[in-house]
Design a protein around this ligand. Structure first.
Ligand code: HEM
Length: 231
């Protein structure tokens, strides 16, 4: 068995079940720990600028990754026109840099503010390091290996689907440059740490607000008799 098979077949098949089982356990048996404890009361200015840039940038970049995975033909058709390809690549890179700038502010905040540092656990540092590795290698991939939005659909989409459909083809990624491999492999490390760190707060995304009924606030007390006069 070679290294490529270990890193891109065994590791993903080990970390995904681990993440699912451990997250389910934490949700069911430690529900009040499924969050990202706020340190806003200790420092709020750097947190605001860092967190907004990091979250918005990354959510948009990862949405792009998801579109390439789920709707590869849409990306191929969009990229058929060079102008649109450049636009997509430039937008992805700008969003990646925005997320990275936010991540850098958050990392600097954890390091430089003594109060925030005092409440920082080793797991928080681990998550930050892994996220920074993902963002740095992503931005470098986008700059050094042009038109990733196109070759993602040719290489990574079939590879990731091969894993999902239990017909693994790690050979599809075997010849990629090490930097690109590190970028993809780091995702499996993030998956492995997911249930054991503050990353688990992702499952608390309040999607219920999208479909729950309107909240009606009904005044049940009778208004004071002279309220009309006071108005
Ligand atoms: C198996 C998982 C992943 C694969 C296969 C993958 C693949 C890629 C590829 C091919 C690019 C270059 C895109 C381009 O040149 O247009 C890229 C860019 C990027 N990736 Fe990933 N990625 C993965 C996971 C992640 C994760 C987990 C993060 C962050 C936590 C991330 C963050 C980024 C960023 C910031 C960029 C640069 C912006 C961009 O071009 O979209 N990626 N990724």
């Amino acid at each position: 068995m070679n290294w490529n098979t270990i890193l891109f077949l065994l590791v993903p098949y080990a970390v995904v079940p681990l993440a699912v089982v451990a997250s389910a356990y934490r949700l069911l048996y430690r529900p009040y720990t499924v969050s990202s404890l706020s340190s806003q009361i200790l420092e709020s200015r750097k947190l605001f600028w860092g967190s907004i840039s990091f979250h918005y940038g990354l959510v948009l970049v990862l949405t792009g990754h998801l579109v390439a995975l789920l709707l590869p033909r849409t990306i191929t058709l969009w990229n058929a026109e060079p102008m649109r390809l450049y636009l997509l690549e430039a937008t992805g890179l700008a969003l990646g840099l925005w997320a990275l700038a936010g991540g850098a502010v958050l990392a600097w905040r954890r390091y430089s503010d003594p109060r925030v540092r005092a409440v920082t656990k080793p797991a928080d540092v681990l998550v930050l390091v892994l996220l920074v590795i993902s963002m740095v290698t992503g931005v470098l991939t986008a700059t050094l290996y042009s038109f990733g939005s196109s070759w993602f659909t040719a290489v990574f989409t079939p590879y990731l689907w091969s894993l999902a459909t239990l017909r693994p083809r790690p050979d599809l990624v075997a010849d990629l440059p090490w930097l690109v491999k590190l970028h993809a492999f780091n995702f499996f490390l993030l998956v492995a740490t997911f249930p054991f760190t503050r990353l688990v707060h992702i499952v608390t995304l309040p999607l219920g607000y999208l479909y729950r009924p309107w909240q009606l606030v009904i005044w049940v007390r009778r208004p004071p008799r002279d309220s009309a006069a006071r108005r």
